[in-house]
Design a protein around this ligand. Structure first.
Ligand SMILES: Nc1ncnc2c1ncn2[C@@H]1O[C@H](COP(=O)(O)OP(=O)(O)O)[C@@H](O)[C@H]1O
Ligand SMILES: [Mg+2]
Length: 212
């Protein structure tokens, strides 16, 4: 497995938290190709803290944009054009967990969307969904968008208090494999992530190699 691409049904659904969990569970590196928003901790810094990674396992973002906006608009404000051709998967002996920005149809420039970056990288996709009302619709829409572009789906991670009705609806109507259901952590810190990687390992489909 070269890695996975973590996307979400929306912004703030838990992509960064799920990435930290995956990094620990898969003994992977982390890469945020396009970071929009530099105030406070960046996603790379959050993952480094939560997964307690040495700096060499966090690959530098290709674009670091100041405004916490959709990448196309954050880039436009700085006179930058996000060039897909510059977004190559970093070289590593470990798998790479790449985290997108926002959801699947977020623009990178006037032409390209996050799904185009996924297609370019060719990594199986992990879709993070929240557990609250509205998630079935957002998840099914995201799955349709991925399938319309024939992107390989590894599975869905449900993030938050378990909700069986949501899970069943996503499995049935979305024909999607649920990789894990991550609980809401009262204290979100390194020990919570390490414990979650141990207690809730991703249910990888057969044929997916996980490092020993
Ligand atoms: N399982 C969880 N338990 C506790 N807090 C969470 C959990 N998942 C996400 N959060 C919190 O929700 C917010 C958004 O999560 P984040 O991973 O940054 O989302 P995204 O990367 O999709 O924007 C953050 O403050 C994060 O700490
Ligand atoms: Mg994030």
């Amino acid at each position: 497995m070269r890695g996975v691409f973590v996307t979400g049904t929306d912004t703030a659904v838990g992509k960064t938290v799920v990435s930290a969990w995956l990094v620990r569970a898969l003994e992977a590196d982390y890469w945020k190709p396009v970071q929009a928003g530099l105030e406070g901790e960046t996603d790379s810094e959050v993952v480094r803290r939560l997964a307690a990674l040495p700096p060499e396992r966090i690959h530098a973002s290709a674009y670091r944009l100041k405004a916490p906006l959709s990448p196309h608009e954050a880039a436009r404000r700085e006179g930058v054009r996000i060039d897909l051709a510059r977004l190559d998967l970093p070289v590593s002996s470990r798998p790479i967990v790449a985290e997108g920005a926002g959801g699947v149809l977020v623009p990178l420039d006037a032409d390209a969307l996050i799904v185009d970056l996924m297609a370019r990288l060719g990594l199986p996709v992990v879709l993070v969904a929240r557990c609250t009302l509205g998630t079935i619709n957002h998840t099914l829409l995201s799955l349709e968008a991925l399938r319309a572009r024939r992107l390989p789906l590894l599975g869905v991670v449900l993030n938050g208090p378990p909700n069986e009705a949501n899970r069943k609806a996503i499995e049935t109507h979305g024909r999607a494999h649920i990789l894990a259901e991550l609980p809401r952590f009262d204290a979100l810190d390194e020990s919570a992530i390490v414990e979650a990687a141990r207690r809730f390992p991703p249910r990888l489909p057969a044929g997916c190699e996980v490092p020993a």
